[in-house]
Design a protein around this ligand. Structure first.
Ligand code: SIN
Length: 279
C-alpha cells in the first residue's frame, strides 16, 4: 500500500492520504505510518469513513485500545469514546462541557498514561473547533542549560482534579472520584521509541513538584508552562471531516477550541492506546 504525505506544521505534524482504513494496512505500510508519527508527533490520516469497530481495529495496529469511563462511549464499541458539542456536565451543573479546553496531555493522572490518542472527525463545524498541539521535544531542547540542569531528575504529582486546575472537568460519581488514581511522573521524560527528551507537563493535572515548597513549585511549573506554550512550538490542526488525527502524548500537549458558530455540531470519536510508566 502506498500513501501520499504532506508536511503540515514545519516542526511537527504530517498528513497522509490515499489510505482507506476499512482495509487494514499491510505491515510495511503500518511501519511507515508509525515512523511518520514518531518523527512528526502528530499524524493526520485524511478522508476516512469508519464505523466505530473499524476505527477501533485500525487504531489497535498502533497499540492496545483502552477503556475510559470519564467520557461516553459509542453503542457499538466501548473503546470508542465520544467528544461532542452536545457534551454536558450531567452529574454536575448540567452546563455545556468542553473536554480538553486547556493545554494538557492525556491521562497523566494514571501511573501508565496512554501513549497515543486518536481523534476521528465525524462531524466538523464550518469553521473553528481546531485542535492545537505543542512539540514538547522542541520546548525541552529550547530550555537554557541552567534550566535543564535544574529540572533534571525532578518528579511531579499529577491528579485528576488538581488544585492548580484552570479547566472544568466533568463531575464523576463519588466512588469513582475516591478511586481516581494520582501518579508521580518525571518533569523530563525520555521517549521510549526515539530516545529524545521531552518536557512532560499537564497544565490541568499537575499538583506539585516533589520536594519543593508549594510557592516554589508553582513558580517553576508556571514558568515551564509559559515557555512550552510559546507559539514557536505550536501547530494548529484545522479539521476536515474524515480526518483521523493521532498524537503522541509522550511528547506533545494539546488543547481543544470551542470557538465554532453557535448551533453547529462537532462530533469526534476517540480511541486511546496503552502506554508505559514515564521515565
Ligand atoms: C481532547 O483533549 O482530547 C479533545 C481535543 C479536541 O476535541 O479537539
Amino acid at each position: 500500500m502506498t500513501f501520499t504525505s504532506e508536511n503540515l506544521g514545519g516542526h511537527m505534524a504530517v498528513a497522509v492520504g490515499g489510505i482507506d482504513l476499512n482495509r487494514l494496512p499491510d505491515p510495511a505500510t503500518q511501519a511507515a505510518l508509525r515512523d511518520q508519527l514518531n518523527h512528526n508527533l502528530v499524524l493526520c490520516i485524511r478522508g476516512q469513513q469508519l464505523a466505530p469497530p473499524a476505527f477501533r481495529d485500525a487504531m489497535a495496529r498502533f497499540g492496545t485500545p483502552m477503556l475510559r469511563k470519564q467520557l461516553a462511549s459509542t453503542e457499538e464499541c466501548a473503546e470508542v469514546n465520544i467528544i461532542s458539542s452536545e457534551d454536558r456536565d450531567v452529574l454536575g451543573d448540567g452546563k455545556k462541557l468542553v473536554n480538553g479546553a486547556s493545554w494538557h496531555t492525556d491521562d497523566s493522572f494514571m501511573r501508565e498514561p496512554c501513549s497515543l490518542t486518536m481523534l476521528y472527525g465525524v462531524v466538523v463545524p464550518s469553521r473553528g473547533g481546531d485542535t492545537q498541539f505543542i512539540n514538547m521535544h522542541a520546548a525541552y531542547d529550547a530550555l537554557s542549560p541552567e534550566m535543564k540542569a535544574r529540572i533534571d531528575g525532578l518528579q511531579v504529582v499529577h491528579k485528576y482534579q488538581s488544585s492548580r486546575q484552570t479547566n472544568r472537568v466533568s463531575k464523576r460519581p463519588e466512588d469513582e472520584m475516591k478511586a481516581m488514581p494520582e501518579a508521580t511522573h518525571p518533569l523530563v521524560r525520555t521517549h521510549p521509541e526515539t530516545g529524545r527528551k521531552a518536557l512532560y507537563l499537564n497544565a490541568n493535572r499537575m499538583e506539585q513538584v516533589v520536594g519543593l515548597e508549594r510557592a516554589e513549585s508553582d513558580k517553576l511549573l508556571d514558568e515551564l508552562i509559559a515557555h512550552a506554550i510559546e507559539p514557536r512550538f505550536q501547530y494548529r490542526h484545522v479539521w476536515r471531516e474524515g480526518d483521523i488525527v493521532i498524537w503522541d502524548n509522550r511528547a506533545t500537549m494539546h488543547k481543544a477550541n470551542a470557538d465554532y458558530p453557535e448551533g453547529e455540531r462537532r462530533l469526534m470519536h476517540r480511541v486511546i492506546v496503552a502506554g508505559d510508566a514515564p521515565y
